[in-house]
Design a protein around this ligand. Structure first.
Ligand code: K7E
Ligand code: CUA
Length: 659
């Protein structure tokens, strides 16, 4: 709340500074004072502004890659300015980038679900590619929860290169996450269903409905997921949820939490317990501990079954080979996050005010010594809870997700408290901070109902600290009300100081989607192209297209009675050719190259009536096809205001009627 004390402290600070400065300095200090006073700003506000205000030309130190929720896209945001730099079109067509209107359609179509186009996605968990457990800035992966799809984005041009549809499952949620050298992109399932979209009545849940995790092999050379080297692991029909890969000491393992170990099937309309009650009936669910190194060997040894053409290690083999162990997790668990050294796993129970910290060393011992408290209903050994837990830290209400700093601090989002908790990791981390081990240090209120949080490089082997962003679900009263649909609120928190100083320093309304997780990478780890490497570059293959039109080769060529090929170039401020004449019913194969080499000299290209809309970045070539089935006279034009004579950058597409 703003009080008059705020104004007075601005004045006091101003007077203090003014007293020590030159006359010109004193005048500008008075100007600052006046401007602050006029807007009711406190000294804390001025300090926050000094930490975040980014004058023209200054670049951000970190870059956020944020999921876009059911917008199906990814957002790129600078830190500390909190400016939205770009959207990356992924599962949803996007006109500004020309994604899905002549270009990108084949990649989008690879994500079709049994031949049915689904031109949106529900993106939750972006994962940057890693080398030795650290972000390497090369690729970004993201899931679509609604249709169990995974997309690959190349960070040389920030464009989607591949979408794969999981052939086994309908939804995913425990992904994407990568193994420490991006050997695999992990996609855990969510709501159990029979394999491959088959029908089975709900009363056959226990027998027919399946849990799973899919290991997508990533080919870094090709920059694509290699579906032919990928496999899945069958799990009990729990609802596998968020997952994380082990690193350093726990490399070779992965961890998935789960809900609905009750196997609840809902049915409130038939007086059955509703899902929300049925799924949270038990005091504990199961953390899944999976040895993926071993699973890879089992897959390569061929101990798999084929489901819908995809290799799956069946649950009985999973158990026999010792690939999977469970251990209890308290009260509706959600996140599981591996500490930077890989030695502990932090699990938050949404209905438990504690986070539970598991020791990986204790897990290994319990597996070696078979310290089981029993087996689950499907025969999977359950590691004794007390034998594997290191600590339980009371952090507050509704804990969800945890991130890490470089100084032995962990941060957990508290959905119900609307706060971010800072607490201390124990053991080898104790030297980094002055507080005792495993203790809540501070809570910073956020606005409101935080889901995920992201710290700078906060889930790598070497977190940076400095900044943490609270990805809040609700903004309520923070901004001008944009009708009943309000933006979410990303709040930047300064975590550079130890102890209880952890202020919110910026609010960013995010009115373009409903993000979940986001990762924050040091900007200097990214090395994107400013123009495509050579003229005639095809971003879909990341290579020069031999068919790309070049200057002096522009033409309209009739191939046969029903096919016409167009070879076109674009440069400020004309397309060549400027007349394209075809006959009604012709198939038109249109190739166009932006031959510019200047940074940011992007041309757009649209053909009305035929739903063609491209963005051609410097050097880029694109090919699209359509049937000219509507005779008429259609101006095509450049949609990017590229030059003083941009309005003149046009031509006529003439479709002659056939007799
Ligand atoms: Cu907590 Cu889908 Cu990661 Cu949303 S999930 S918040
Ligand atoms: Cu090219 Cu406008």
């Amino acid at each position: 709340m703003r009080t008059r004390t705020g104004f007075r402290s601005v004045l006091a600070a101003g007077v203090l500074l003014a007293g020590t400065a030159s006359p010109a300095g004193a005048q500008s200090m008075r100007d600052v004072q006046q401007a602050a006073e006029a807007r009711g700003l406190t000294t804390a506000d001025l300090l926050a502004a000094a930490k975040t205000f980014t004058p023209t030309g200054m670049k951000d130190e970190y870059i956020i890659f944020s999921s876009g929720g059911h917008s199906g896209q990814v957002f790129v945001i600078g830190v500390p300015s909190m400016r939205l730099l770009r959207t990356i079109a992924v599962f949803t067509p996007e006109p500004w980038q020309g994604w899905g209107y002549g270009v990108g359609e084949e990649i989008l179509a690879d994500g079709d679900v049994n031949g049915q186009p689904n031109r949106w996605g529900d993106t939750h968990h972006p994962a940057l590619s890693e080398t030795n457990g650290d972000y390497d800035g090369q690729f970004l992966f993201i899931n679509d929860k609604a249709n169990a799809r995974v997309a690959v984005i190349d960070l040389r041009d920030f464009e989607t290169k591949q979408i794969v549809k999981n052939p086994l499952i309908i939804n995913d949620h425990g992904g994407t996450f990568v193994t420490p050298n991006t050997e695999y992109v992990i996609e855990g399932a969510q709501y159990s269903t029979p394999w491959a979209q088959e029908y089975a009545p709900i009363h056959e849940y226990r027998e027919k409905y399946k849990g799973s995790v899919t290991m997508w092999k990533f080919d870094r050379e090709k920059g694509r997921i290699d579906e032919s080297q990928s496999f899945a692991i069958e799990l009990p029909p729990y609802w596998q949820d968020l997952s994380d890969a082990g690193k350093l000491v726990s490399d070779g393992y992965m961890f998935l939490n789960s809900i609905n170990t009750e196997l609840a099937t809902g049915g409130i309309e038939n007086k059955k317990p509703p899902f929300e009650a049925g799924v949270s009936m038990n005091a504990t669910d199961y953390l899944h501990i999976i040895d993926w190194h071993k699973a890879e060997k089992v897959y390569k040894a061929g101990k798999t079954m084929e489901v819908n053409g995809f290799p799956v290690i069946p649950l009985n083999v999973v158990i026999e080979e010792g690939l999977l162990y469970l251990t209890p997790e308290p009260r509706s668990p959600h996140g599981v996050d591996v500490t930077p050294k890989g030695d502990f796993l932090v699990v938050a129970g949404k209905l438990d005010p504690h986070v539970t910290v598991y020791s990986f060393a204790k897990i290994k011992d319990a597996i070696a010594n078979q310290t089981f408290s029993g087996k689950d209903d499907f025969g999977v050994p359950v590691l004794d809870f007390d034998s594997v837990v290191e600590a339980q830290v009371e952090v507050g209400l509704g804990p969800l997700h945890t991130q890490f700093g470089p100084d032995g601090y962990a941060y957990t989002s508290l959905f119900l408290d609307s706060a971010v908790a800072r607490w201390t990791l124990g053991g080898p981390y104790a030297s980094g901070h002055s507080e005792p081990d495993w203790t809540l240090v501070h809570k910073t209120p956020v606005h409101y109902n935080v889901g995920h949080i992201g710290a700078a490089e906060g889930d790598t082997v070497s977190p940076d600290g400095k900044y943490l962003v609270s990805y809040n679900k609700w903004s309520v009263d923070r901004f001008f009300p944009t009708g009943p649909l309000l933006p979410q609120n990303f709040q930047l928190i300064d975590i550079s100081k130890q102890g209880s100083e952890m202020p919110v320093i910026y609010d960013m309304p995010i009115g373009v989607g409903e993000p979940h997780y986001a990762q924050i990478i040091k900007a200097d780890k990214l090395d994107p192209w400013t123009v495509y490497p050579e003229i005639g570059w095809d971003p879909q293959t990341q290579a020069v297209d031999p068919w790309a039109p070049r200057p002096k080769m522009e033409r309209v060529e009739r191939k046969d009675d029903h096919t016409v090929e167009v070879y076109m170039t674009a440069v400020r401020s004309h397309f060549t050719p400027e007349h394209v004449v075809v006959k009604e019913g012709d198939k038109v194969i249109w190739r166009i190259t932006n031959i510019e080499r200047a940074v940011d000299a992007t041309h757009g290209f649209c053909v009305p009536q035929f739903d063609i809309n491209l963005s051609l970045e410097p050097g880029e070539t694109a090919t699209f096809e359509f049937i000219a089935d509507e005779p008429g006279t259609y101006p095509y034009y450049c949609t990017e205001f590229c030059s003083a004579l941009h309005l003149e950058m046009m031509g006529y597409f003439l479709v002659e009627p056939r007799e």
